[in-house]
Each structure stands twice: as structure tokens, then as C-alpha cells.
Design a protein around this ligand. Structure first.
Ligand code: HEC
Length: 258
């Protein structure tokens, strides 16, 4: 028996292929949107990827070709050396006479530690800060001078006068023996003071030891204590003011370098 009237159960108006394609496209679009919503990132345009690739490739090419010329050997002229420090060669800075070298070190520390009160001319101000020019505690026995710097001073001062609040705060914190020797040498030989001698690092070290042994360690010295315990010169070999020394370590050197 034949079934001549049987047709597929579809309306003629529906294009199956097209309808199917639309379903697939819509499903894909939905899936894509869901994915974007889930991970929060937009799909990147293919053009952007291509453009980035081009930038990287170009930069790589440029740097690569320059890079091969950037080696240490080709960047520096043959025989080129770093500029030597002023006055020095490979063996370090040029030696200086002891008085000048110690004073140079002292000048830096004076401007950092003393200048603010005693002034750039060391004359003080007559009311709050005494002058260090012509002071017998500066120019006299060296242990007395060192004790004032290391521990500070509770007035009266060498002149019998008390200045300002009557106390100088201790200045010893952070000083090396070379620093202390430098300040003492500088103040004794500048601003109109002219002792002509060098307070050596060895002497300054002895001062620090004496300071640590004070009965009243940590408190400022007084004129009474200075007279009783520190009226002496610091022990140590005297140093010829013209002796050549290394300007940094202050250690004596044998001969001047050219
Ligand atoms: C904060 C201020 C101040 C600083 C910083 C200071 N001094 Fe003084 N100094 C004084 C005062 C104030 C006196 C006097 C104290 C008094 O009258 O009791 C004095 C007194 C002295 C005296 C005694 C002078 C004399 O003839 O009796 C010497 C020496 C001295 N200072 C040296 C120094 C040196 C060196 C430095 C730097 C390392 C220094 N001072 C830093 C305030 C200061």
C-alpha cells in the first residue's frame, strides 16, 4: 500500500537549515555572554592582538640590533679610567701636613656640632654662648678642653660668667677619636687662636677613656671638677704639625707622592 499524501510533518514556510543555524548562533551568543559575566573580561579584539604583536616585534628588533652594540667593551674608549679623586691617583688622596689635615676634619665637625651655638666666628654672642677665642679652657690643658666637649658644661665658664641657661649639652655622641682630635686642633688654631700644635687621635682616645671613667659620667662637667681632675695635658706622642698624614685616616705617611 502506498502513502502518496504523506509528507514530512513540517510547514513549508520553515527553512529548516536557516532555523537551525539561528538556534545555534543564539545559543553560542548566550554562552559567550554568560562567560563574560562570569570572569568579567571582555574578549579582546583580534586587531588589538595583532597591533600589540607588531609593537613587540618592532621594539624587539630595534633593541636587539642596538643591544648587540651596547656591550661594555664597545661603549668605553680603550684606556678609559674613572676620574681619579682630586689630588690623588690610584694610591689615594695626596698627603697633607698634620695641622692642616686635622683642622680640615675639625672644621667640618665644628660646623655640624658647635657652629649653631658658638657661631661661625667662634665668638659666641656675649649673652647665651661664650666665645671660644682666647678662652683659657680652649687654649690651656688639653684634657680640660676635651672634657667640656665630651660631657658638656654646667657653668660658670672660664671667665666666671654663666651664659644663657647655664648649661652646654654634651657633644661626644658619635665622635671618633679622629673627630675629637680634629675639633680640638681646629678650634685651638683658628678664629684668632694659634696654638700651633696638633691634638692627635691617640690623645683624643685617651680623653674618651678618661671621660668614661669620670665619677659623674653622663653629667656635664663643672669648673670645680675640671680643676680637680682634668687639669692636665692628654698623654700621647706629640705630632710635628708639618708631618705628612693621610687626610682621611690622619695616619702619618712617609713621603709626599708626586
Ligand atoms: C647647644 C649649644 C651649644 C653647643 C652645640 C656647643 N656649645 Fe659649647 N657652650 C655652650 C654654652 C651655653 C656654654 C656656656 C655654659 C655655661 O655658661 O654654663 C658653652 C661653653 C663652652 C666652652 C667653655 C668656654 C670657656 O671659656 O669657659 C667650650 C670650650 C665650648 N663650649 C666648646 C664647644 C665646642 C668645641 C662645641 C662643639 C663640639 C660646643 N661647645 C658646642 C653651648 C653650646
Amino acid at each position: 500500500m502506498s502513502l502518496p499524501n504523506q509528507k514530512p510533518d513540517l510547514e513549508d514556510s520553515i527553512n529548516v537549515t536557516e532555523a537551525h543555524g539561528r538556534v545555534v548562533r543564539e545559543a553560542a551568543a548566550c554562552a559567550r555572554e554568560k562567560r563574560i559575566a562570569e570572569n568579567g573580561s571582555e574578549p579582546i579584539s583580534l586587531w588589538l592582538i595583532v597591533a600589540c604583536g607588531l609593537v613587540v616585534a618592532t621594539a624587539g628588533g630595534v633593541l636587539g640590533s642596538v643591544g648587540s652594540g651596547l656591550s661594555y667593551g664597545t661603549m668605553f674608549r680603550e684606556g678609559y679610567v674613572r676620574t681619579p679623586p682630586p689630588g690623588g691617583g690610584e694610591e689615594g688622596p695626596k698627603p697633607k701636613e698634620a695641622l692642616a689635615a686635622y683642622s680640615a676634619k675639625g672644621a667640618k665637625i665644628y660646623s655640624a656640632k658647635c657652629n649653631g651655638c658658638h657661631g661661625s666666628d667662634a665668638k659666641g654672642d656675649g649673652a647665651n654662648f661664650p666665645s671660644l677665642v682666647g678662652s683659657k679652657w680652649v687654649l690651656g690643658e688639653t684634657e680640660r678642653f676635651a672634657m667640656v666637649i665630651l660631657n658638656g658644661l654646667q657653668g660658670p665658664t672660664s671667665s666666671g660668667k654663666t651664659y644663657g641657661a647655664g648649661v652646654m649639652p654634651a657633644q661626644g655622641a658619635g665622635l671618633t677619636p679622629e673627630d675629637l682630635a680634629g675639633i680640638m686642633t681646629y678650634v685651638r688654631n683658628n678664629f684668632g687662636n694659634a696654638k700651633g700644635d696638633v691634638i692627635t687621635a691617640e690623645m683624643a682616645k685617651a680623653a674618651m677613656e678618661a671621660s668614661d671613667k669620670r665619677a659623674k659620667a653622663g653629667q656635664p662637667v663643672t669648673g670645680t671638677e675640671l680643676d680637680a681632675d682634668h687639669l692636665k695635658n692628654l698623654p700621647g706622642e706629640p705630632l710635628d704639625p708639618k708631618q705628612l698624614v693621610d687626610p682621611i685616616s690622619l695616619a702619618p705617611v712617609t713621603a709626599a707622592k708626586p
